[in-house]
Design a protein around this ligand. Structure first.
Ligand code: ATP
Ligand code: PRP
Ligand code: MG
Length: 281
């Protein structure tokens, strides 16, 4: 039985839930259901705060979990990334009033507010800057206006929250983050975890790739394959019409229209693109 931790609320919750459903795991009935037993998949899903997930997994109480890479780093828990999941993409950055600071070095002796004290503390130690870390629970952007901090270190996605309070990022990003599947550091991957990772990988591929089918004159097949090389190689089947073949290959969803244009210029006919519902490579 795989015991898996899933964010119960916050920025990762919906995307994690959707991805697990697409991977065939049982959905929860409502946002108040904290444990879902899924006997068909030999799995138990525990809905927990994203910040706590690496802690449970690091303690070995749960086999695996979905959390943010920044929260994994921040926790300092003995847990490690199994695979990135492609959602909850953000950077972790310093911000302050425009012109106040230009690099992390300027923060020596300053107060920096954050809800990621572990991550910030490690970064300041790495770059050798002695600043005071003010630990807050959230909405840290307001701390400067309220005189609690001189700078903040926080999650930035679109930058809207910072703009709304008149702050600007400065210095290099402290970390890049996205939702990740984690397991206990050094733990062997159980069959249940390997199956979960394979299914999630399949969801990512189904989202990123489409299937293309087309007919082409046999003498142009090498040029066509160069445009649509597929995974192991495209399927090429004879057509009833003499001198023509049918080709089927997976291509990246992004740019598939350009691929269609190029095939068309090569003389391809009946060029069809279809979505992939599920996939295992
Ligand atoms: N606006 C966002 N865009 C993308 N990822 C985000 C955003 N806000 C937070 N995250 C990511 O989501 C993860 C969890 O953060 P979240 O904000 O959900 O937790 P929290 O701040 O503890 O909870 P809450 O905001 O519900 O109080 C982190 O890995 C973070 O990087
Ligand atoms: O760059 P943006 O697109 O504006 O997104 C970043 C904001 O999103 C998160 O806030 P959240 O809503 O989780 O509130 P919190 O700060 O209280 O956690 C994060 O802490 C930033 O404040
Ligand atoms: Mg938040």
């Amino acid at each position: 039985m795989l015991r898996l931790a899933v964010p119960n609320k916050g920025a990762l919750a919906e995307a994690a839930h959707t991805m697990l459903n697409e991977a065939g795991y049982r959905p929860r009935k409502d946002a108040k259901e904290l444990v879902v037993v899924d006997p068909d998949n030999s799995c138990e899903l525990f809905f927990l705060r994203p910040r706590d997930i690496a802690v449970y997994v690091g303690e070995g109480t749960l086999d695996a979990g979905i959390t943010g890479a920044d929260m994994l780093l921040d926790s300092g828990a003995p847990a490690e990334e199994v695979m990135p999941l492609g959602f909850g993409v953000s950077t972790f950055r310093f911000a302050a009033r425009p012109g106040a600071f230009s690099s992390v070095k300027d923060l020596a002796g300053m107060r920096v507010a954050t809800s990621y004290a572990g991550l910030l503390g490690h970064h300041l130690a790495d770059v050798g800057v002695d600043a005071r870390v003010i630990k807050l629970d959230g909405a840290v952007e307001t701390a400067i206006r309220l005189g609690v901090a001189d700078a903040v270190a926080d999650v930035v996605e679109t930058g809207t929250t910072l703009r709304n309070v008149g702050l600007e990022v400065f210095g290099e990003p402290i970390a890049h983050s996205q939702g990740v599947l984690v397991k206990r550091a050094g733990a062997a991957e159980t069959p249940g975890l390997r199956q979960l990772a394979r299914r999630l990988q399949g969801v990512l591929v189904a989202r990123d790739y489409v299937m293309i089918d087309y007919d082409i004159r046999a003498e142009r097949i090498d040029e066509a394959i160069a445009i649509t090389p597929g995974m192991e190689g495209p399927t090429v089947s004879p057509l009833h019409r003499e001198g023509w073949v049918a080709v089927r290959a997976m291509v990246p969803r992004k740019g598939h229209q350009q691929i269609m244009d190029r095939l068309w210029e090569l003389g391809a006919k009946a060029v069809l693109v279809t979505a992939i519902f599920a996939c295992r490579l």
